[in-house]
Design a protein around this ligand. Sequence first.
Ligand code: SF4
Ligand code: SF4
Length: 329
Amino acid sequence: MAAQYDLDTFFDRVSPAHFIPLKDEQDQYDLLKNSLMLIEIEVFSYCNRQCYFCPNYFIDRHTSNIFLPEETYLSILSQLQEIDYSETITYSRYNEPLSNPVILQRIAQARKYLPYAFLTTNSNGDYVTPLLLKQLADAGLNNLAIQAYFARNEDFTLENITRRIESREKKTGLEFQWTYEPDDICGRKETKLDNMTISIATFNFKQSGISRAELIATSEPFSRKSPCWVPFCHMYIDYNGNVVPCCNIRSDVVNHKNFIIGSVFENSLKSIFSSPKIIMWRARCAQYNGADAAPCKTCEFAVFKYDENSKNKLSKVILNSLATSNKNG
Ligand code: SF4
Ligand code: SF4
């Protein structure tokens, strides 16, 4: 079952500038400032697990650890500072962010550069201790989402959900409240530590797994019938500096190499966000009869309900974009 997202938020942020390669630095700045809602930064490559529903099952992320250079990370933060960024920064791509203590320094740096940004990360929970939680809260993390993963052959029963979540809860030394009573899809508990919200959740990936842009076989093949808003308002930076259009694309996979839209070693965030490559993704993702190109045509992520009214709204934005583009020559 694919998650459904709010259309109104998507249309609020789409403008002709999303479809035009912008050369002027001020135009690029304006687009980034007005559109960026989330940036995901992988500060190192290592993950200690090889979960069956994750491409790390067959892509090696556990025999070495490669770090995004600190000066590159700080350059990203200062570019976000230039646009007064106060939206989300998240640290979980295909690594385990809590496996290396450098994460504390990276979070503290983000908090210093961007006092109003919302700092969040997922974690598999393996490295959680009461001391680490306190250090994360002190560094300025707003939200820690611990995932209590199931093994491939484990049944998604009420008993197993409770056991998985409570074993994670025990490691924290804190008390949690249920915010989603366990059912056959998921279960979730939550608590607070100072200004940091901590949740522990588990999902039935056998029922609601994502193909990760055609890297993982899912229970039923999916045929997408909705646009995707992700390349209009998100950016994803891998540990190797490569930027990709959505969380499902990863630059360390041969099949995804052509999907890389830029590198933070070579280009500014604002120029990547206005580049011909990202515009191609937006044009593809704005299609309302189902994106017809791989990997979007089978992607279950960021699906939303789509009716005639929505279709007309998006068509108008695209027509405006083309008219503006032609006028600008
Ligand atoms: S799902 Fe998370 S913990 Fe599991 S292998 Fe992938 S990145 Fe690592
Ligand atoms: S539809 Fe395409 S751009 Fe959107 S999340 Fe899926 S693969 Fe990424």
